[in-house]
Ligand binder design. Structure first.
Ligand code: NAD
Ligand code: DAU
Length: 374
């Protein structure tokens, strides 16, 4: 896709990753019109975008991706030629308690967007020319990798360590285990089916765990930073031995920018940081970093670690091989983990008001009042 003028619909732009993608596109492409469509669930917060909300090339629309009629009306209204689809229910623990919501939003919502885009684009004289439907997915669709390397990292930040001799590649067979990953896998299949059946220009990317500012504090890193600050217990699932591959969220947003513009239609790209960590090691780093930044004795809060019952169906290890993306499109992570984690901890400590708002749900009441008056 060229970088001439575009009208891009970004779904889920008020969430964690979406807000970074919206910010990047609004600031980097003043000629584009960026329409952020978000339902503003508990995870969506417009405060994440307060710095760009008045930009002339930005519009926010509160809508549900499952609302097919509304999507069908919005696409021609804004002459949308590119869709970057991030809206989803994203938390594995919630999916274990309430799988229906995940099937509704992640599967039916994605299908609703695909069908609305198909009907609109096929109605135009140029049809799919210079159009793009870019679906953001997760490495969790691939299932779980084995831990074949007995040597673990110590609690210190050190060079990248590999916990097994296998990685998720673009060719890895889908094998989702949680209702969340099953719903994402299903949505990925629908996206590819729309390319194969209707010729829609689609791209799918599968990314590893993101970290950074504006992540809802139900996820490991922001939850634990906040708990350490308030000296609350840190609920470590199982033995804390599970491994995740962490990528700074702005690096993911840069990858999305690169792939949206230069990715090959119908291709899949894996995005990851080659940055594997056992949960317990990352937790120790978080404790030391928070303690240091708050002027406490480094490590004095290690006693907050509390081992709890494991997550049902807890995937052991995720590790992405993103060499295709580096080789074909030249993307690679820009931030070292040391720098990323320091920035992240500092951001949460400096933004206690944001944290208080999202944990109290105050922002939610504010949106509901604001939008019910319209
Ligand atoms: P998030 O939960 O922080 O944000 C999701 C956003 O989607 C919220 O703003 C929410 O209001 C919106 N939303 C939810 N249901 C909606 C609906 N029915 N209609 C419209 N909007 C709706 O999620 P995130 O962590 O930013 O993840 C974004 C995307 O990236 C998801 O598709 C997720 O599967 C994928 N992903 C996330 C990670 C990660 O580590 N967080 C890694 C890889 C892929
Ligand atoms: O891999 C990409 C995925 O990463 C995304 O698709 C998901 O949307 C995102 O939520 C994330 O999923 P995880 O389940 O890996 O992230 P979470 O932060 O929930 O958990 C990270 C690890 O920490 C996981 O092994 C479970 C563990 N954990 C998590 C929480 C919230 C704990 O031990 N205790 C906790 O309280």
């Amino acid at each position: 896709m060229t970088t001439s003028k575009h009208n891009i619909l970004i779904t889920g732009g008020a969430g964690f990753i979406g807000s970074h993608v919206v910010r990047l596109f609004v600031n980097k492409y003043p000629d584009y019109h960026i329409v952020n469509l978000d339902k503003l669930t508990y995870a969506g917060n417009l405060a994440n975008l307060s710095d760009i909300e008045d930009q002339p090339n930005y519009t926010f629309v509160r809508a549900d991706i499952c609302d097919f009629d509304t999507i069908c009306q919005l696409l021609p209204q804004y002459k949308i030629d590119g869709i970057i689809h991030l809206a989803a229910e994203s938390h594995v623990d919630r999916s274990i308690k309430d799988p229906f919501t995940f099937a509704r939003t992640n599967v039916m919502g994605t299908l609703s967007l695909l069908q609305a885009a198909r009907l609109y684009w096929e109605s135009l004289p140029e049809r799919y020319e210079n159009k793009r439907f870019y679906h953001i997915s997760t490495d969790e669709v691939y299932g779980a990798l084995e831990m074949t390397c007995p040597e673990g990292r110590t609690s210190e930040i050190s060079a990248h360590e590999v916990y097994g001799d296998d990685f998720f590649r673009e060719t890895t067979k889908y094998c989702p285990h949680s209702p969340y990953s099953a719903s994402k896998a299903s949505s990925d299949h629908f996206v590819r089916a729309f390319h194969d059946t209707y010729g829609m220009p689609t791209i799918v990317t599968n990314c590893s765990n993101n970290y950074g500012p504006y992540q809802f504090p139900e996820k490991l890193i922001p939850l634990f930073i906040n708990n350490i600050r308030h000296r609350k217990p840190l609920p470590v699932y199982g033995k804390g031995e599970n491994v995740r591959d962490w990528l700074y969220v702005e690096d993911h947003a840069r990858a999305i920018d690169t792939i949206f513009h230069h990715g090959i239609i119908a291709e899949t790209y894996n995005i990851g940081g080659f940055n594997e960590w056992k949960n317990i090691d990352i937790i120790r780093v978080l404790i030391k970093t928070v303690d240091r930044l708050l002027g406490r004795t480094e490590g004095e809060d290690l006693n907050l670690i509390t081992y709890v019952t494991d997550r049902a169906g807890h995937d052991m290890r995720y590790a992405i091989d993103s060499t295709k993306l580096k080789r074909e499109l030249g993307w690679q992570p820009s931030l070292q983990f040391e720098e990323g984690i320091e920035k992240t901890v500092k951001w949460y400590l400096d933004n206690q008001e944001w944290m208080d708002n999202v944990t109290s749900g105050d922002y939610q009441k504010y949106y509901d009042d604001m939008y019910s008056n319209k």
